[in-house]
Design a protein around this ligand. Structure first.
Ligand SMILES: [Zn+2]
Length: 427
């Protein structure tokens, strides 16, 4: 009834060219692409137990579009694969990857509930995962829907892969999946994955990830009464450790500031993200833990970095140890020159739409680090221009126009990629 009323009211207004915002927003709420996006965002996949709800969602989308649907559990968590077979299925396939999981929220910092997918009067849809990375999954599937609706048939097979555990390092997701027969049987020639938000008009395409070194340090020392001043306490060592790491962080900050703002590979990011130790005010703790997240600059030599970490331990003092939460030594780059036919096709398809692209090193790490290690070219790409960067932050959002425009961008890109004949890529 409401829809009918909106239609009746909006038709003459559209003709007059004076469509009031409210009616425009209502029509968005009835748009199936927007509805699907909102439904997906409303599944709280920050909780592992809700991943099965996302699996149900993708199973329904596969059924609607008559795509092949499979779910695998190589690491105990679900991985969905939606396959749209090409007319020449022996050609290497195209992987369209995104992750279903999202990071936790601190709900009190949000203007609207983080899993409500609330759309405000500007058409901004708020919710955890709207930028990272549920937007991409919806843009892929809606682009496939659009192409199928228009009777487009492509030579190559597309495999839409939906991963769990990306935000925790992919050990129960992509890392396990690439070892399976099912993955190898997909015969992937090229992969697309999540891309960054761009504050400006240009779109950034990621061709390499930074190597994560996430370290848990433990300092130890004598425990005792809170009124004493003991030598070499765990806290004293922690201060030294934070001091020396802070000095290194300042150096890297200076390199970052002196570099091109898009040159994320120029510096090593360093952040102390977790400190735990002590229980009550009057007891000196015998043990303190510190977790440091670093993402290495492209040029950083791993031996040099290992030596640096050893020097931090020495600086902190005896009985200080480190264990790695995550440590990747090598991160291969996908070529972004004329020798890579996939890059050429992507670049041309996007530029023909009048969109300028900047190739960048990903400031963080994505599932593509695992794919590139296999020698498969992979790019991180998404259409999110003129958007404030809010991944992992409160009030993460995506504008509805951006979502809908993004689908048309993917149609242009995927229809070109899907019709590529066999090509050679040498890393
Ligand atoms: Zn992500």
């Amino acid at each position: 009834m409401r829809t009918l009323l909106i239609l009746l009211l909006s038709v003459p207004l559209v003709l007059c060219g004076h469509l009031p915002k409210k009616y425009l927003l209502d029509s968005y709420l009835n748009n199936p692409v927007v509805k699907n996006f909102m439904e997906y965002v409303r599944i709280d996949t920050s909780k592992e137990e809700n991943l099965e709800l996302a699996v149900d969602f993708w199973k329904r989308k596969a059924q609607e579009l008559e795509l092949d649907f499979n779910v695998y559990y190589p690491g105990g968590l679900p991985i969905c694969v939606l396959s749209w077979y090409g007319t020449e299925p022996s050609l290497p396939s195209i992987m369209l990857n995104s992750h279903m999981d999202v990071v936790l929220v601190e709900e009190e910092d949000w203007t609207y509930p983080p899993f409500s997918a609330h759309m405000d009067e500007n058409g901004d849809i708020f919710g955890r995962g709207t930028q990272d990375d549920k937007d991409v999954g919806i843009m892929y599937i809606e682009a496939i829907r659009e192409m199928k609706k228009n009777g487009i048939k492509l030579k190559r097979t597309f495999h839409m892969t939906l991963m769990p555990d990306e935000e925790r390092g992919s050990r129960r997701g992509m890392v396990k999946f690439i070892e399976t027969k099912e993955f190898k049987d997909m015969n992937i020639g090229f992969a697309l994955d999540e891309g960054p938000v761009s504050p400006g008009d240009n779109i950034e395409i990621m061709y390499q990830d930074k190597r994560p070194w996430q370290m848990k340090f433990t300092t130890r020392g004598p425990s005792g009464h809170g009124s004493s001043i003991l030598a070499s306490t765990a806290m004293e060592k922690l201060f030294k450790l934070i001091g020396v790491i802070g000095t290194y962080r300042d150096e890297q900050k200076a390199i970052m500031r002196a570099s091109d703002p898009l040159d994320f590979g120029a510096y090593t990011s360093v952040n102390v993200n977790y400190v735990r130790g002590g229980a009550v005010p009057n007891v000196i703790p015998g043990r303190v833990e510190l977790i440091v997240d670093t993402r290495l600059a492209v040029s950083t030599d791993v031996t040099e970095m290992s030596n640096r970490v050893s020097s931090w331990l020495q600086e902190a003092g005896n009985d200080t140890s480190v264990e790695f939460v995550r440590k990747i030594l090598v991160s291969k780059a996908t070529k972004i020159d004329d020798s890579n036919p996939y890059w050429v096709i992507m670049r041309d398809a996007v530029q023909e739409l009048g969109i300028q692209i900047d190739p960048i090193v990903c400031p963080a790490t994505t599932d593509m680090i695992n794919i590139r290690q296999l020698g498969i070219p992979a790019l991180g790409f998404a259409f999110k221009p003129r958007t404030e960067i809010r991944y992992h932050a409160a009030n993460e959002y995506l504008n509805v126009d951006n979502l809908l425009h993004g689908v048309t961008v993917y149609v242009a890109v995927l229809s070109r990629l899907g019709n590529m004949s066999d090509v050679a890529y040498v890393q």
